[in-house]
Ligand binder design. Sequence first.
Ligand code: 2PG
Ligand code: MG
Length: 424
Amino acid sequence: MSTIGALHATEILDSRGRPTVKVSCTLAGGAHAAVSVPSGASTGRAEARELRDGDPARYGGLGCRKAVANVETTIATALRGRAFAEQPALDRALLELDGTADKSRLGANAMLGVSLAFARAQACERGLPLYRHFADLIGTQPLHLPRLTVNLFSGGKHAGGQVAIQDVLLVPGAATIDDGLAALYAVYQAAAALSAERYHARALTADEGGLAPPFEDAQAMLATAVDAIARAGLRPGVEMSLALDVASSHFYRESRYELDGNALSAGEMIARIEDWVRRFPIVSVEDGLAEDDWEHWPELHGALHGRALTLGDDLLCTNPARIRRAVAENCADALLLKVNQIGTLSEAADAYALARAAGWRVTVSARSGETEDDWLADLAVGWSADQIKVGSITHSERLAKYNRLLEIERETRLPTVAWPSVVT
Ligand code: 2PG
Ligand code: MG
């Protein structure tokens, strides 16, 4: 049993300079821990609601003082002195207190802060590294380290929309995180040089640290990524593969995909993605179709099956009900798991369990608005994720997670998951 002693919250700023919430939890036994909550830009409509102040005079309405106050008053008053045997009991209490379907009363940002801070405080109380505690929460052991998927080029909502596709990511085939990062560095440098030569673009970066030259179209983005891999002296598709976050909900209008100056039907969009997968070493396609285009996801999945993962982000929103539907309708074979999309750790664990029961892969993902906190690395290891998606290898809020993975690798000597290929 862990008894809540005190809960405090602070409004802090995320990597985009927007307010977010940091929550600290002290247990009666003295264990103390704090956690910072991330926030997205390219959000799914079914995500749990962050509570924002809405005062246009302050941070354009994005202030989090109300969420902070909810932690320190409503939540702290209700939970102080209460003992919880484990995480689901604490999360249930939060859900009851909120009482809404989308967490809009207390705010998903306030609730997730408390949920995660309690988990970290419990890990402290138990004297366990956070990844071990996370593993215990789902009744498992960490089996492997996740494969890195790292933003190289960005567009869409992360880079002012200069090209519709949101992210082209690199997936190293190296056998360790350590070697993978060194290979990623080489490709990133090569890509920066190519961006300068071909697009006269300085190495200015998008929200998550990806490069954002003014590509003429999505194909140029993919071709330049492959050229960068080759220029770094690596074999495309062997030592370094690609992943895509198409984030197509954000260019879907009136049943059409507005891509590269065309208005594509769902069938044409699927054919376009298939063509990319045939011509470029792409091992995973996230949000190839829009979040509400349920009807066509099975066709996309069928087209990619056996060649690349069909990964759902906006489609699923880490929401158990949406995952159940996607499994039943055979829409995807991989879950993008973002804890703040659903708002408590236990519900994210339910989402995870559903995906695993269906035989799906799981990618644990950061948000475009991140903080210097590194709990996500522990979550990816504790839950034996297949992939971790944190952004690029620039910007300290991203590196905090990679650096934590390096530490965990040194400490555990766990192997990196053998996907998509392992080069030794
Ligand atoms: C995504 C995420 C992370 P955001 O779409 O997968 O890249 O973006 O946090 O803006 O939703
Ligand atoms: Mg996404």
